[in-house]
Design a protein around this ligand. Structure first.
Ligand code: NI
Length: 201
C-alpha cells in the first residue's frame, strides 16, 4: 500500500479546469477482472492516503488522487458523533448513482481534502438512495441520510468535476475551516496562508 499525493486546488485556482478535480470521471468496467484488480490496489492506496491526512478526511474520490474513475471511499464514522445511529463500516462506491433524493434539504458544514484550510455551508438532500458496486463487485443499494448522505453526495460530485465550493453560489462564502485535528498547526498555516485566520465554525 502507498500514500498517494492528493490533487489540490486553492482559493485562487478553484475555477481552473486543468486538473483531474475538474474532469468528469469514467465508469469502471466491473466485468473486467484486470480493471477490478487495479481498482483493488487503488482502493487500498486511497484508504491509506485518507487515513494519513492530518485533517481527518471522511471520504476520498479517485480524481482526488488523479485517477478519472467513478470510484470513491467513505469512512464517515471517523466523526461518529455526527452520525448518531448511522454508524457503519468504511465502504467503497464504484460507479455510484443517486437514484432518489428527498425533497427535504439540509445545510451543514463541509470541507475537502483537495481544498485545504477552507470550509463552507452547503445545502444537500437530507436523504438519498444510492446504487453502486462495492469492492467485492456486489451490486448494492443504500438509503443514507444526514451526514452520511452528505458525504456520499460530496464524493459523487467529485466524480463529475464538482467541488462543494461550487454549490455555495459564490466562493466568497468559503470561510477559514481549520479542523480540530490541525489546530496545533495554525501557526504554520497562518504563515503559509495569511488570509486564513485560526477560526473554527
Ligand atoms: Ni472533497
Amino acid at each position: 500500500m502507498s500514500v498517494l499525493p492528493i490533487v489540490g486546488l486553492n482559493r485562487n485556482t478553484l475555477e481552473m479546469s486543468g486538473t483531474a478535480l475538474r474532469q468528469k470521471s469514467s465508469p469502471l468496467d466491473a466485468g473486467n477482472s484486470l480493471v477490478m484488480s487495479q481498482a483493488q490496489q487503488l482502493i487500498q492506496d486511497m484508504f491509506e492516503t485518507m487515513y494519513s491526512t492530518p485533517w481527518g478526511g471522511v471520504g476520498l474520490a479517485a480524481p482526488q488522487v488523479g485517477v478519472l474513475w467513478r470510484l470513491a471511499i467513505v469512512d464517515a464514522d471517523r466523526f461518529a458523533d455526527k452520525l448518531k445511529s448511522e454508524k457503519r463500516a468504511p465502504f467503497v462506491l464504484i460507479n455510484p448513482e443517486i437514484t432518489d433524493t428527498s425533497e427535504e434539504k439540509e445545510i451543514d458544514r463541509e470541507a475537502c481534502l483537495s481544498l485545504s484550510f477552507w470550509a463552507g455551508k452547503v445545502e444537500r438532500s437530507r436523504r438519498i438512495l444510492v446504487k453502486y458496486i462495492d469492492h467485492l463487485n456486489n451490486e448494492c443499494n443504500l438509503e443514507a441520510e444526514g451526514y452520511l448522505a452528505r458525504v456520499i453526495q460530496h464524493e459523487i460530485d467529485h466524480l463529475d468535476g464538482i467541488i462543494y465550493a461550487d454549490r455555495l453560489g459564490d466562493y466568497s462564502k468559503l470561510f477559514a475551516g481549520v479542523l480540530p485535528g490541525i489546530r496545533e498547526r495554525d501557526t504554520t498555516l497562518a504563515r503559509l496562508y495569511p488570509e486564513v485566520k485560526s477560526t473554527t465554525r
